[in-house]
Design a protein around this ligand. Structure first.
Ligand code: PA5
Length: 431
């Protein structure tokens, strides 16, 4: 089992209610037998074993084509249409990748907000760089990516001409509906389909995530293999005491019922910042309904121990921590011996930075638990495609199980419409 889960300091508060084992088993059965709420959106469960070599090759060929012609690939999308790709790319990439010759294109994100200054700077950059565009929207009608795409498409057509820009734009959208589908058909863009039964926040293992991840130079086969391995492990075990996705879903729910309203998801590796953003979207949109649900927050330690640390240790006792703990670093950097020792660090000589990071993690865990912050630790051996694939499936499955435990539909997001309706009214959008 490559993902291990540990629980500590959980029983500081008395449970106000408990969830019987049979309910967790029910949730499991509803999910694997596809009989629960929102079961028309369970296509993501089948992706890891239904993805064929031909599917992978089609995505990889498109990635190779775009890579060969671009220094930059702009990924236009919001929410589930960009966060999964960004989570994996930023977890795996060298953070100082400054696009040297022979390297993979730089992925830049757009359409995930409505900032004019951001778009201005992006257009300035694209004036001097070769680039391609991937526009991703399942509905094909979301305002933020539609606005960014209109502007970037115009730039692309002016820079490269109509014919060439058609080869530089790829659309990932619904099979038949939506404005983006019509645009893609009219302009003959290469297109990938987001299956009807896969919602945005569960779509990272479709072309939505796989195409950008492949362009960034990472192994999408290993990512899928990791998800398939995790699926096999989780599906063949319906025991809530040892199925890690069931355990995680159950304990989050118990903590919520005991008054812990905020789940602070923490990593000690800054590369996981966007993985936590992906988590926040997956769990926030799935859980936050009917006046209930844990609020998903995120932090990178030890960085945020110097901003949020005081609150976590001594502020209101309404949170618990879920730590994504990485056992091994990819590279070694040791602390050198210094003859003068003016900084007093010789006591750490020759130890590795990762070892010190792990001790910081352990010390923080002990301190926070003693301060009344329960701790769930999700441990992975190292950050690579395989383990990221495993974590993606693990968190997706646990999220769905947690939704069923709360008796909500984890696959819709009716609340996201409210701000859109108000904005459209103010903008005077014709209805
Ligand atoms: O998870 C979801 O369904 C949402 O976060 C969507 O991904 C997001 O709203 C973007 O929607 P679309 O892909 O239709 O543009």
């Amino acid at each position: 089992m490559s993902i291990k889960i540990h629980f500590e300091g959980l029983f500081h508060d008395p449970w106000t209610e408990t969830i019987p084992e049979s309910l967790t088993k029910n949730a499991f059965n509803q999910l694997v037998n596809k009989t629960g709420k929102g079961n028309e959106f369970l296509g993501w469960l089948d992706i890891p074993d239904q993805m064929t070599q031909a599917n992978i090759e089609e995505i990889q060929n498109c990635a190779d084509r775009l890579s060969a012609q671009s220094e930059i690939v702009v990924l236009i999308g919001i929410g589930g249409s960009y966060l999964g790709a960004r989570a994996v790319i930023e977890a795996l990439q060298n953070p100082f990748n400054l696009m040297k010759e022979g390297e993979t294109p730089k992925i830049i994100y757009a359409g995930h907000h409505i900032s004019e200054d951001y778009l201005h700077h992006l257009l300035q950059l694209l004036n001097h760089k070769s680039y391609s565009l991937i526009v991703i929207s399942k509905s094909g009608t979301t305002t933020e990516p539609a606005l960014a795409f209109r502007i970037l498409k115009e730039h692309c057509e002016k820079k490269y001409g109509m014919e060439e820009s058609q080869k530089r734009i790829v659309a990932i959208t619904d099979a038949s509906r939506g404005a983006l589908k019509q645009l893609a058909n009219k302009n003959n863009y290469q297109t990938f389909v987001i299956p009807d039964d896969v919602g945005g926040r569960y779509s990272v293992l479709t072309a939505v995530g796989l195409l950008p991840i492949a362009i960034a130079g990472f192994n999408i086969e290993q990512l899928i293999a990791g998800a398939a391995k995790m699926k096999e492990e989780l599906f063949q075990n319906d025991d809530p005491n040892s199925n890690t996705a069931m355990q995680y879903a159950l304990y989050r729910n118990l903590l919520y019922q005991s008054g812990k309203k905020i789940e602070l998801v923490v990593a000690y590796e800054p590369e996981l910042f966007y993985f936590i953003e992906w988590f926040k979207q997956l769990y926030g949109e799935s859980d936050g309904k009917e006046g209930r649900g844990l609020f998903p927050a995120g932090a990178i330690f030890s960085t945020d121990l110097h901003s949020l640390g005081q609150y976590i240790q001594e502020g209101e006792r309404h949170l618990f921590e879920t730590v994504i703990s990485v056992e091994k670093s990819q590279f070694k950097v040791a602390i050198p011996y210094d003859e003068e020792n003016l900084d007093g660090l010789n006591y750490l000589q020759y130890r590795s930075i990762h070892e010190i990071n792990q001790i910081a993690e352990e010390g923080t865990r002990q301190a926070h638990i003693s301060g009344g912050v329960p701790n769930i630790r999700i441990q992975i051996p190292e950050i690579n495609e395989q383990h990221l694939g495993e974590m993606i499936f693990f968190f997706e499955m646990s999220c769905a199980l947690g939704g069923y435990l709360m008796d909500i539909n984890p696959f819709n997001q009716p609340g996201v419409e409210a701000y859109k309706q108000q904005m459209f009214k103010l903008l005077g959008k014709p209805m």
